[in-house]
Design a protein. Structure first.
Length: 157
């Protein structure tokens, strides 16, 4: 009769438990694989948990006291100031690709945010992922327009 209750592991899959401490000829004599002294060489209660650090204050309990905080929702923008955009001609349409070709951006892996440092004397159409309030006001004061790029799946704010 065949059935799940008759299944056995294949030959060679199971091994007898290693019997340590049965003389030096066995290769596991004297200290029986436990080393010399110390907490792990003693008999009795084993270590309390995986992250036990020998009585030192555990790192896992220390973390909330350590300084710093990483905001997992932070969006790392590449900042571009208005003073860098004043080199373009009047009526130019500026996109992140244009900024990369001009050498203002190093790459296009992160979104671009236009910041308001410096003056803008040209009428430009600027397309970016974000604008500071000052930058938007100065672009519009110079007669230009600020167009927001929304990534797919990103909420309009």
């Amino acid at each position: 009769m065949h059935g799940a209750h008759n299944l056995r592991p294949p030959r060679g899959a199971t091994h007898p438990k290693k019997r340590v401490g049965r003389g030096n000829a066995s290769g596991h004599g004297t200290y029986a694989g436990r080393g010399l002294k110390g907490q792990s060489s003693r008999s009795g209660k084993r270590l309390p948990y995986d992250a036990f650090e020998g009585g030192q204050f555990p790192t896992s309990r220390k973390f909330h006291v350590l300084r710093g905080f990483n905001n997992k929702w932070r969006i790392p923008y590449q900042p571009v100031n208005l003073e860098a955009l004043d080199r373009f001609q009047d009526g130019t349409t500026i996109t992140p690709q244009t900024l990369e070709q001009a050498g203002i951006l190093k790459h296009l892996r992160q979104p671009v945010k236009i910041l308001g440092r410096g003056e803008l004397h040209r009428k430009l159409t600027i397309t970016a992922h974000a604008f500071s309030a000052t930058a938007k006001a100065r672009i519009e004061a110079a007669g230009g327009t600020a167009i927001l790029i929304t990534e797919p799946g990103q909420k309009d704010s």
